[in-house]
Structure formats: C-alpha cells, structure tokens
Write a protein that binds this ligand. Structure first.
Ligand SMILES: [Zn+2]
Length: 230
C-alpha cells in the first residue's frame, strides 16, 4: 500500500503545474476592428461598437504578451469599390478610417495585402499579429486566407470577435466551421447592425457547432497552458 503523501512536500510550482491541464492551441481571430466601423465618427459606424473596445483591448493584450497568435482582417477598398453599391463608402485604403483601432493592434504585425505577389511570413512566431486585407465580406474569398489557415494547427480553437456579427464575423466563423475548425465566438466582443439579423446569425453558427464564450472566459482559456507552434 502506498503511503499517503503530504502535498506540502512538493514545491509550490509543481503543485500548480499539476492543476494546469494543457489545452488545444488557441488562435484569436479579430474581424474588421477598424476606425470606420468602431468609432462614432466612422464612415460605417456600427452603433455601440465603441463599447467593445475595452474587451477588444483585453483580448489583444493576450497577443501583445505573446501568449496567442492574433489573426486579424479588415476592409481595404478603392474609391469606387463594387461593395459601395450595397454599403456606404468605408475603409478606403490609405485613409485614417481604414486603420485598426489601437485597441485591436499589436506592435508586431505582419500585413498581407490581397495581391498575388504577397506572401505569408516564414515564421508566424516572429509576430504577434497576422493581418489580412480584404475587399469583400468573406475573408475566405481573399487569396491568402486558406494558405494561412492551412499553416495553423488543425486542432486549434479559434476565438472569434469583432464586427459586424451578421456580415464579416458570420462569414469568418462560418468559413472556419465549414473547414472543420473549432470556433468560439466572444459574445461580449461582437456587435450587430440589426439585432434580429445578429440573433439569426448566432443561431446559425450554433447549429454549425460554434460555442459562445465571454471575454473573461477567453482570457481564462489563454491562461491555461497550450501547445506553442511556429
Ligand atoms: Zn468593406
């Protein structure tokens, strides 16, 4: 019979390690957190979006600390972009409105324009944030999104947040789910243009297998050990 072991025999750090279960790799996925959407002065302001900024800052801080990789994307349009037949002009490339809000931006960003000549970084681990430029609502219509996704761990949990719930957040989360990825949407870090459409989107994503978590829960997940990758 084994003798009972007094836990006080173990150094504290070992006891803590025993209580920490490694989880799947986490990837944060940030959608359209640009000035034209997020700020009341923006060209296509999403009402209430500025209230998400503290949570978006907290989520982005995890990437700033190098604890998760942040994938982000945003609209970068020309003056006469066909999308402006459906939406007011917004996020014209080079204008202040197309910039990410500071809350959503780390200091180690690799930007990938939606151009054939653009390439992905050799080592993702050299960056805190990989930022994709897009011209249509669906990030998976851009040239480099699939290649980027293929380089990320298959079993990773994708933590999705940003705007707009029923447009680009929906298509990003849906695209990940359809490609067999695990998705959690951060319900207090997304915003809708139309409440009913937002609710319909959440029901659709839930039926496809998405989970819904809070910013606090996302931070807790990030505090759990997870496998690093390059
Ligand atoms: Zn756009």
């Amino acid at each position: 019979m084994l003798p009972l072991v007094d836990a006080s025999c173990f150094p504290a750090e070992n006891v803590i390690r025993l209580n920490k279960m490694p989880g799947p790799p986490l990837i944060f996925w940030e959608v359209d957190c640009q000035r034209d959407f997020m700020l009341p002065s923006g060209k296509l302001y999403v009402p209430g979006a500025e209230k998400l900024l503290p949570n978006i800052r907290r989520l982005t801080d995890i990437a700033r600390d190098g604890r998760v990789l942040l994938i982000s994307h945003g609209c970068y349009h020309t003056q006469d972009d066909p999308e402006f037949k459906s939406f007011p002009p917004h996020c014209i490339k080079g204008t202040p409105g197309s910039q990410l809000v500071l809350e959503a931006l780390t200091d180690k960003v690799f930007t990938i324009p939606n151009e054939p000549s653009a390439t992905l970084p050799k080592e993702f681990a050299d960056y805190h944030q990989i930022h994709l430029e897009k011209q249509t609502l669906d990030i998976f219509e851009t040239r480099h999104a699939q290649e980027l996704l293929d380089r990320l761990p298959k079993g990773a949990q994708f933590i999705v947040f940003g705007v707009v719930t029923e447009y680009c957040v929906r298509l990003a989360a849906r695209g990940l789910l359809e490609r067999g990825r695990h998705v959690s949407v951060v319900k207090d870090a997304i915003e809708t243009l139309k409440r009913e459409d937002g609710e319909r989107t959440l029901a659709e994503l839930k039926a496809l297998g998405a989970k819904f978590i809070s910013t606090d829960e996302a931070l807790k997940l990030a505090a759990t050990d997870h496998t690093q990758f390059s």
